[in-house]
Design a protein around this ligand. Structure first.
Ligand code: PLP
Length: 481
C-alpha cells in the first residue's frame, strides 16, 4: 500500500486552540525538523569580529581548519541567512526526538497564582534528547562534518559531563572516535555521566592528565589536581593540534555552535505561531551562551528588522559566574593556558577561577561573541541568580510540571517566574518563553543539598573580577578592523 504522506500529515494551520491542560503541548511532525539553520550574522548591528591568534592578528581559515571541522569554519564566516542542514544530520535529529515539544506550563502558572488568560509561560523541551540536553544539536553536526574531513576522531573537554555525553553519542552515530578530558573533580564526583560516556565508547581521562604538556605541568606537581574547564580545554586543543588525524570540538561559545542551536528557536517560532502567540519575553540560561542564542536568534531577527521591537531577551546567569552581568566586553582568551583563539566577548577574565557551584555547565568565564555583541548593544539583557533560589524553583517546577530540571535550566526558570510575577503585580499581559535546556537526572546531588539545607550561595567578588580583568591580552583593533 502506498501511503500519501501529504494526506497523512496533520495540517499545521489546524491549530489546537485554545490550549488547555489536555492540549498543553504543540508537537511538530517529523517532516518539520528544520532543513536549514538560521544565521544571525546578516542582521547584526555590526559585522562579527574575527577570532585572533595570540599575536593579536586574525586567525586565517587555514589555521582554523587545522583545529575545527572545515565546514564549521566556513559556516562561522558565512553571511548567508540560511545554511542547509545535511540529510544525515536531520536523520540523527529524528533519532534524538526532534522536533522537541513546546509546552504551556499550566500547572506552574496556577501554582504562581497567575491569570492564565493574561500571563502565559511556555517552555521549549530540549530535555527529550537521549543525553538530556540541547548539546546534541551541535554535537551531531560537528561529528558529521569531522567525518566528512576524513579524520579519525575529535578531542574535547567536559566538566559535569553533559557536553561529553552529547559528543560521545554523536561520535557513535557518525563512526568517529571521541577523546575527552574531564575535569578531575567531576570525573570522580559524577560517575553517572562517566558511565554514559564510556557506554558510548568514548576514551575518557581525568584532567589535568599526563598526556599533554599543559596537563603535565599541573599533574606532575599534584596527580590529584581537581582541574578546571580552562585547563581541560587547553589539553584537548593541544592534543588535537599535535595529532593530524584529530580535530577539536567545542560545545558552546563559538558562532557555528550558536548557529547549530537555532533549530531550537526555528521550531519554537513555528510552534508559538500554531498556538497563536508571540513571546513578549524570551529567556535562556547562559553558560557559554549557546542554548539561549539558539532559542533567541530566530525571534531576535524580528527585533533587528524592526518587526517586533518590544520583545525582551534575557540571559539568566549564576551570581557565582556572571559573565555578561558583571564582566567586561573585551578581547580575551578562550582558555587558561592561552592556546585557544582570542575572541571579543563579555568575560570575567581567562584567569577566572570558577567557584564550585552546582550549575557546572554555567561556569565558563566568557559568553558567546555573537550574544556578547547583542548584549553590548542592549538588544539582549542579563540577570543573575543565586543557586539556592534557582534550585528551589527547579523543585517547584518538578512538583508542578513533573520534570526535574538541570541546575543550569533552573536559572532560566527562576528568571521566567520573576517576569511572570512582575507582570502580575503590574496587572499586565505577558507571554513568556524560556528554553528548557536539559533535565536534571544526573543533578540529584544538587537537589539533595537543597533538601539537606546544605546549599551555600556565593557571589563572585568584584575585586576578584577586577584583578582577573587586568590580565586581558592587549589587542590593537586598528591593525585589522
Ligand atoms: C551546557 C548546558 C548549559 C549551558 O551552556 P550554553 O552554551 O550556555 O547553553 C545549559 N543547560 C544545560 C542543560 C547544559 O547542559
Amino acid at each position: 500500500m502506498v501511503i500519501d504522506v501529504k494526506k497523512e500529515q496533520p495540517r499545521l494551520d489546524q491549530a489546537i486552540q485554545p490550549m488547555s491542560r489536555l492540549n498543553n503541548k504543540i508537537m511538530l511532525p517529523l517532516n518539520k525538523i528544520p532543513k536549514q539553520w538560521m544565521n544571525i550574522a546578516p542582521f547584526l548591528p555590526e559585522k562579527p569580529y574575527p577570532c585572533l591568534l595570540p599575536n593579536g592578528m586574525p586567525a586565517t581559515p587555514d589555521i582554523m581548519n587545522q583545529i575545527f571541522p572545515t565546514e564549521c569554519v566556513k559556516q562561522a564566516m558565512s553571511a548567508e541567512e540560511f545554511i542547509d542542514i545535511p540529510r544525515e544530520v536531520r536523520e540523527a535529529f529524528a533519532l534524538c526526538n526532534r522536533p522537541t515539544p513546546l509546552v504551556r506550563a499550566f500547572r506552574l502558572e496556577k501554582a504562581l497564582g497567575l491569570d492564565s488568560d493574561r500571563i502565559k509561560i511556555f517552555y521549549k523541551g530540549e530535555y527529550v534528547s537521549p543525553t538530556g540536553s540541547h548539546k546534541g544539536n551541535t554535537a551531531i553536526a560537528q561529528a558529521f562534518y569531522a567525518k566528512k574531513d576524513k579524520i579519525k576522531g575529535l578531542t574535547t573537554e567536559t566538566g559535569a559531563g553533559q557536553w561529553g555525553s552529547a559528543l560521545s553519542m554523536a561520535g557513535t552515530m557518525m563512526d568517529l572516535e571521541v577523546k575527552i578530558f574531564q575535569v578531575r573533580a567531576s570525573y570522580y564526583d559524577k560517575p553517572g555521566r562517566r558511565v554514559l560516556m564510556n557506554n558510548f565508547g568514548a576514551d575518557l581521562v581525568p584532567s589535568p592528565s599526563d598526556q599533554t604538556e599543559v596537563g603535565k605541568a599541573f599533574y606532575n606537581k599534584n596527580p590529584n589536581h581537581p582541574g578546571s574547564l580552562g585547563i581541560a580545554i587547553s589539553e584537548a586543543l593541544e592534543l588535537a593540534m599535535k595529532t593530524p588525524e584529530y580535530k577539536y570540538s567545542l560545545g558552546s561559545v563559538l558562532d557555528f555552535v550558536c548557529l547549530h542551536q537555532t533549530v531550537i528557536g526555528l521550531e519554537a517560532k513555528e510552534q508559538m505561531s500554531i498556538a497563536g502567540e508571540y513571546p513578549d519575553v524570551v529567556i535562556g540560561c547562559v553558560g557559554g551562551g549557546s542554548n539561549f542564542s539558539g532559542l533567541a536568534f530566530p525571534f531576535l531577527k524580528d527585533k533587528l528588522q524592526g518587526i517586533k521591537t518590544e520583545t525582551k531577551f534575557i540571559g539568566a546567569e549564576p551570581t557565582a559566574c556572571p559573565s555578561i552581568t558583571k564582566g567586561k566586553y573585551a578581547w580575551d582568551f578562550g582558555d587558561s593556558a592561552k592556546i585557544a583563539p582570542i575572541a571579543k566577548m563579555f568575560t570575567l577574565g581567562h584567569t577566572f577561577i570558577p567557584p564550585a557551584v552546582h550549575a557546572g555547565g554555567l561556569r565558563y568565564h566568557g559568553a558567546a561573541p555573537l550574544l556578547s555583541m547583542l548584549a553590548n548593544h542592549d538588544l539582549v539583557s542579563s540577570e543573575m541568580f543565586h543557586q539556592t533560589k534557582a534550585i528551589k524553583t527547579g523543585m517547584l517546577f518538578s512538583r508542578t510540571e513533573g520534570i526535574l530540571p538541570a541546575v543550569e535550566t533552573c536559572h532560566a526558570i527562576a528568571s521566567a517566574i520573576d517576569k511572570a510575577l512582575e507582570a502580575k503585580d503590574e496587572g499586565k499581559k505577558c507571554t513568556i518563553l524560556f528554553n528548557f535546556s536539559g533535565h536534571g537526572h544526573f543533578d540529584t546531588h544538587a537537589y539533595k543539598a537543597l533538601q539537606d539545607k546544605k546549599l551555600i550561595d556565593f557571589e563572585y567578588p568584584n575585586e576578584a573580577i577586577e584583578a582577573a580583568l587586568k590580565n586581558l591580552p592587549a589587542v590593537d583593533e586598528s591593525k585589522f578592523m
